[in-house]
Each structure stands twice: as C-alpha cells, then as structure tokens.
Design a protein around this ligand. Structure first.
Ligand code: CUA
Length: 378
C-alpha cells in the first residue's frame, strides 16, 4: 500500500514537471514572437535597398510556405477526422499506385519550387552586381577579434578606423573584405596574401549588419565583396556571424549612417593627423605609447613607428582618433568607461579572452598616463 501511494506521488510529480516544461517551452516561443519594429538587429526590418530586396524575397518564400503548410495540415486534419474509425468499419480497399495523383504531387511541388527559384536567382544576380562609380569604396579587414575599415576613395586620404563604419545615406557602399591573421602585419590591399604564400591568413569571419544586408563570409586568401546602403541616418549594429575563436561573441561593430554633408565633415576630421599631447600626464602617456611598444602594433597617423611608417602598421586598430569612437576592443566596451579602459590596458586577456593584445605589465601610473593620452586622440 505504502509502495503504491509512493509511486503514485512520483507519477504526479513527473506529470507536473512535464506540464511545467511544456508551459515553459510554449512561453519561450510566445516571447520569441514579441519583437517590435524597433529591434536594431532584425533582418525583417530592413533599412536600405539591399536589405529590402532580401527581405522581399524572404516575404515571398515565407507566404508560399505558409500556404503550403495550411493546405497540407488542413488536408491531414480533414482526413484524420472525416475518415476516422467509427467502429465496425471494414478494411478499406487496398490500392497501389495512382498515376493521376502521382503526377499531381510531382507537378505542383515542381511549380512551387520554380516560383521560388526564379525570383531567388534574379535577386542573387541583382545583388552580386558591383555598384557604379558613385559608390563609396571601403576595405574591410576581419581580424581576431575586431574589424578594420579603410576608406579607399582618393578624396578620403586613407582614413582608417576600427569597429565603426561611417557611411553616407542614400549612396551604395562597396565593401571589399579580407581576413588577416591577428599578428601578421597587413601586406596592404593590393598585396593581399594568398593561401600557401607562407603568410598566416587568419580565420573565417562573417560580416553581418542585419538591417543593411545579409551575411557575407570573410575568407582568408580571398577578397569577398558586399554592397550595403542605408536610407536614413542612424546606428546599425553589426557583428561577426561566423565562429572565429574564443572572443567571436566579442567581435561587434557599428555602421553609422550620416547625411552626406555630415559624412564629408566626419571624413575631413578623421583625415587630420593626431596632435601632440600638451598636458603633463597625457604627454607622459604619449611618450609611453612609443617606448612601450604600443606603436609597433597601433598606428597613430603623424608618427613614425618601429615597424615602418605609422599608417602601414595595422596589427592592431589604428588609434589616431580613438576618443572619437563609441567603443573599443571589438565594439565591446564603451570608450568613455575609463575604468574599463584601464582594466583593458592592465590585462587584455582578462577582459577579452583570446585577445591578441599583449599584457605589457604596465604599472598603475603608466596606465593612468596612457589613458590620459588616449583620451586626447579625438
Ligand atoms: Cu570573427 Cu566570429
């Protein structure tokens, strides 16, 4: 008796657990549907012509799929209820093969697939076209774990930035993208390393700004292209969408779209070389920046570095206008968070696992001075 009631209780408990699990899953699914049009990383909320073309294709395929789902599930439910066993039924007549039906269920799906394939192939070819002369040319470099952006047009005087891609609205931006190893110096755009040339090429990343375009893999030894365009000024968050190592999740970036005149002003500001620090602590930091090897990896335009002219050093992000950016360390930390910046300088791996920035064993005083200097780089 005792045994029976015990197992009964256990049965109730496991039934209750199953009910809870079912409710949790259902609630999770419901919550997943709670998106609003404000989501900054929704591909279903396109903000430019490239993303819109992809979204329109998605809509078409989605509604065709909805139609197929309703039709198939409807027929199944109809058959289940209409022809259910009411007791005493005889076994129905057995049939093997029905040419008419077989033709029907071959031809209809084939037509559906054609209906999806034609617009899909059209869109793929449309989007693969390189934009014309009016496009803004930018080189994108994927590294472990940050993004570099180099403005290639002649009038943009080689502006280089990191984790923040500024673009003008209403104009296509043609991205040519390469993956480079974390620690090798960049051989430059024209001498992109080929696989097997003795240059370690890094790993595959994927460039994704959901509201502006679909993903594009950035593959070592190749130059991949992607066109993006934004209609309205604004902030469009992006991220690496291909697992690339320990800090893959910390390889974010922002696309910031400006009105064209504002964009031109931004380029002009960025083209200015860094000014020498005046204040005592910052000047001390500037000196440390050069004596502590920082400059061997990070270019600051206007300085010569050990490894060549400063602009050619691209192991780490170019820091000429560090303080004008929103974030640092792969779009992860707020530039204005001084405590975070100091923690980063003190021990990069502790705040971002797998980071290639070395721990230089800096003292607190040195970190204070370097931080003061970095904040002068506006
Ligand atoms: Cu780069 Cu994931």
């Amino acid at each position: 008796m005792i045994t029976a009631s015990r197992s009964e209780a256990a049965g109730h408990r496991s039934a209750a657990r199953r009910r809870w699990a079912a409710w949790t899953v259902l609630l999770g699914l419901l919550m997943a549907g709670c998106g609003t049009r404000e989501l900054p990383q929704s591909a279903l909320n396109p903000a430019g012509p490239v993303a819109r073309a992809q979204d329109e294709l998605w809509d078409l395929v989605f509604w065709i799929a909805v139609g197929v789902f309703i039709l198939v599930q409807g027929l199944i439910l109809f058959a289940v209820f209409r022809f259910r066993d009411r007791g005493g039924d005889e076994i129905p007549k057995q049939v093997a093969g029905n040419t008419k039906l077989e033709l029907m269920w071959t031809i209809i799906p084939a037509l559906i697939l054609v209906g999806i394939a034609v617009p899909t192939v059209q869109t793929i070819f449309e989007l693969a076209q390189e934009p014309g002369e009016e496009a803004l040319d930018v080189r994108v470099i994927g590294k472990q774990y940050w993004w570099g952006f180099e403005y290639l047009d002649e009038d943009q005087q080689g502006v280089i930035t990191a984790n923040e891609l500024h673009i003008p609205t209403g104009r296509p931006v043609f991205l040519r993208m390469q993956a480079l190893s974390a620690t090798q110096p960049d051989p430059g755009f024209d001498a992109a390393p080929e696989i097997g040339q003795g240059v370690s090429n890094g790993v595959i990343h994927s460039f994704w700004v959901p509201r502006l375009a679909g993903k594009q893999d950035v593959v070592p030894g190749h130059t991949r292209t992607l066109t993006i365009q934004a209609d309205e000024p604004g902030l469009y968050p992006g991220q690496c969408a291909e697992f690339c190592g320990l800090s893959h999740a910390r390889m974010r970036f922002d696309v910031i779209a400006h009105e064209p005149a504002e964009f031109d002003q931004w380029i002009a500001d960025q083209a200015e070389p860094a000014e020498a620090a005046e204040d005592g602590l910052a000047a001390e930091g500037e000196e440390l920046f050069q004596s502590q090897q920082c400059i061997a990896c990070h270019a600051i335009d206007g300085y010569e570095a050990a490894a060549g002219t400063a602009a050619e050093v691209r192991i780490g992000p170019n820091l000429t206008h560090f303080a004008s950016r929103r974030t640092f360390a792969g779009g992860v930390f707020d530039v204005n968070d001084e405590a975070q910046l100091k923690a980063w300088l003190a021990n990069p791996q502790a705040v971002k696992a797998g980071s290639q920035m070395p721990n230089l064993g800096l003292t607190d005083d040195q970190i204070d001075a370097l931080t003061a200097y970095l904040y002068t780089l506006e």
